[in-house]
Design a binder for this molecule. Structure first.
Ligand code: ADP
Ligand code: MG
Length: 318
């Protein structure tokens, strides 16, 4: 299969149609029309086989996840997904793999209304690079920078599920079938909190998506904002599957250090708390308050008022 044939078969003319795509796949560049008074939010992520995903990862999950992790970056800025490009490097043109990969990719694209407008296809060790473009009202981007002492800290969803899903895949833990399916699903098909991110605009003082684990990601916010934080670990949201599968100690460790949850962590000034809770309720996403920003630069963990250190550390994601 030639490159143009591959593009034609699997990528051209698929995914959502957007009127703001003036020229899509097929020319030297795509041409798009940003809306009036909107800023662009742009992010790129590469997934390399053997580094970011196992060679046996189902191709549809890989396609889905490759886009989802990029959408999560748009979500954390409060941007609406608009357009993306796909740079695909493959050792060979495996048609079955390509069909499944493109199905997973375009399932996510359709769901979030983001159009595939171009890319590049090369031969080499398998890797996937996606660049997403999103739009947001001028000056309304959520950043890591705005957290102030006294702001409340929230997270969406539940934490640690993806890391536990990975441990199940690696045979390091065992779970009941329905829990296994849920947890592996959280690892293979994370849910970028795109709507929630937009609901935070103008209300949250800072936001970040949780890709490397709560403790390591919140550290970016604290550093960028020049503040410290107190987290009450008994408030960390844990799924039923997590609670039923591992000890409370391991659950807390996974929630604090496990990567790839792609939930949002954000801070909210006291004065915006009510408005934020109302706004975010409309996104249908669960969210919970887990702590408070304070002066200084340290992250303090408390469990029922006592200093807490996670028992298990170093859950490096694959
Ligand atoms: P060029 O030689 O100008 O780089 P290519 O032959 O690489 O052009 O690509 C032809 C068209 O197909 C371009 O519009 C490009 O954006 C698109 N394209 C190439 N690879 C992909 C891909 N993996 N997914 C989507 N579009 C692609
Ligand atoms: Mg090219």
């Amino acid at each position: 299969m030639k490159e143009f044939q591959l593009i034609e078969n699997f990528f051209s003319g698929r995914g959502p149609l957007r009127r703001d795509v003036l020229l899509g796949i097929g020319d030297d560049c795509a041409v798009v029309q940003p809306a009036a008074n909107k800023s662009l939010a742009i992010s790129v992520d590469t997934l390399v086989e053997g580094v970011h995903f196992f060679p046996n990862m189902p191709a549809d999950a890989l396609g889905y996840k490759a886009l989802a992790v990029n959408l999560s970056d748009l979500a954390s800025m409060g941007a609406e997904p608009s357009w993306f490009t796909l740079a695909l490097t493959l050792p060979q043109a495996d048609e079955l793999w390509l069909r499944r990969f493109s199905e997973g990719l375009l399932e996510a694209a359709d769901y979030y209304g983001i159009a595939l407008i171009g890319g590049d296809t090369t031969r080499g060790p398998k890797s996937i690079t996606i660049t997403v473009n999103g739009q947001l009202p001028e000056g309304k981007a959520l950043t890591r920078r705005g957290a102030k002492a006294g702001d409340w800290i929230y997270v969406t969803g539940t934490l640690g599920d993806s890391a536990l899903g990975l441990q199940l895949l690696q045979g390091k833990q065992q779970a009941r079938p329905e829990h296994r399916e849920f947890l592996i699903g959280r690892h293979y098909r994370p849910t970028p909190r795109v709507l929630a991110g937009q609901c935070l605009r103008g209300l949250a003082s800072s936001a970040i998506d949780l890709s490397d684990g709560l403790m390591s990601d919140i550290a970016h916010v604290l550093k960028a904002s020049g503040v410290g934080a107190v987290i009450k670990v008994e408030n960390l949201p844990l799924s039923q599957a997590m609670r039923d599968t591992v000890s409370a100690e391991l659950a807390l460790s996974l929630a604090l250090t496990g990567g790839e949850d792609y939930e949002l962590l954000f801070t909210v000034p006291e004065a915006q708390k009510g408005a934020l809770e109302t706004s975010l309720s409309q996104s249908g996403v669960k969210f919970v308050r887990i702590g408070q920003v304070c002066a200084g630069s340290q992250l303090k963990l408390l469990r029922d008022g006592e200093p807490f250190t996670p028992e298990f550390l170093g859950f490096e994601h694959f």
